[in-house]
Design a protein around this ligand. Sequence first.
Ligand SMILES: Cc1cc2nc3c(=O)[nH]c(=O)nc-3n(C[C@H](O)[C@H](O)[C@H](O)COP(=O)(O)OP(=O)(O)OC[C@H]3O[C@@H](n4cnc5c(N)ncnc54)[C@H](O)[C@@H]3O)c2cc1C
Length: 394
Amino acid sequence: MNRLCATDDLTDVQRDILATVRTFVDEKIVPVATALEHADEYPTEIVEQMKQMGLFGLTIDESYGGIGESLLTYALVVEEISRGWMSVSGILNTHFIVAYLLAQHGTDEQKAKYLPRLATGELTGAFSMSEPALGSDVAAITTTATPTGDGDYSITGQKMWLTNGGTSSLVAVLVRTPEGSDRRHRNLTTFLLEKTPGFGDVAPGLRIPGKIEKMGYKGVDTTELLFDDYRIGADEILGGTPGRGFYQMMDGVEVGRVNVAARAVGVAHRAFELGTSYAKQRETFGKPIAAHQAVLFRIAEMGTKVEAAHQMVVRAARVKDAGERNDLEAGMAKYLASEYCRDVVEDSFRIHGGYGYAKEYEIERLYREAPMLLIGEGTADIQRMIIGRRLLED
Ligand SMILES: Cc1cc2nc3c(=O)[nH]c(=O)nc-3n(C[C@H](O)[C@H](O)[C@H](O)COP(=O)(O)OP(=O)(O)OC[C@H]3O[C@@H](n4cnc5c(N)ncnc54)[C@H](O)[C@@H]3O)c2cc1C
């Protein structure tokens, strides 16, 4: 272990959780991650162990069977897991957002119905805003839920890019409902959709065609979700009232940004570890390459970026945990951490010389994973829009 990514003022409980997760990552994730990723295989055993460890209920209140920990604890756990394999944190991240949405915006009945099962991992979550024609412009959603007159809604349309789309059993899905205002973000509604995990026709009117083939971030499934007159009860509207979906999802994405930033720190930290250990053992011109100043300076820059990004994540999480608005801090953390992650992975790749291009070396996997962080939970351009507007507001 190196001295990067230390966090001041943690409680004993937080330190214990992190030490347990770090050991789990080193012993159970790092040794198998690259092989599973190359095979694009879902890490079933790792996921089952994480359920046993209580990680699916890490932030869920104790009254619902969770551990009741803070966003900061969650973010630090995500850093550790992503250091092992980013896809494993992806499995946890959308689950965490669904649990957060329920805790913040769900009715008492919805919380009682879903949170205990989410806490044990009996249910696993996915969340769905994007469609084939939109990602950044969420308010342009066209998938529509129409009241059927008997208390149900009929959903028709196509959603895109669902992380855990096939493997999950509870999807928070944002669709357009006719009620409310004619302003386009004011008639969006979040439905809680419970389904059988799997692919194909999973329910009448609901189809999950299969996994989208991706450049990296393999193992975790990313899917479409096709609705054709899919029936769902009005009691599955998050919070019970239609028209609040846009604000609920934006709240969810805000904590999502902290966890994407944390993922970026984890991936960058691993790239740093791989780069430094390679630089110490590879020799050219009679000395370890770390002794060449060009490589030494790369290492200095990589370490500085990992540390700076980590501190931004900690700050963004702590602001939210204090009950304050953190869109600025979360946007800055996500923007900076994902850009730095790309830089650090690139530097580590260069340190590896030709071997960085070989699949046998872990950096090859990280090189394909890092770009995803520039896109998920809002692209870098969208973060810059949020940051700029908030700074002007102040
Ligand atoms: C692997 C993966 C997993 C994903 N998982 C999920 C998930 O679980 N749930 C979900 O809902 N979505 C998910 N997404 C979708 C993701 O959130 C979107 O891809 C992302 O928000 C970008 O949207 P887009 O792809 O439609 O790009 P677009 O919005 O079409 O943007 C294209 C380009 O234009 C730029 N741009 C757009 N608008 C502006 C503007 N106003 N100003 C300046 N530049 C702009 C963007 O920065 C980008 O460079 C996932 C995506 C991927 C790749």
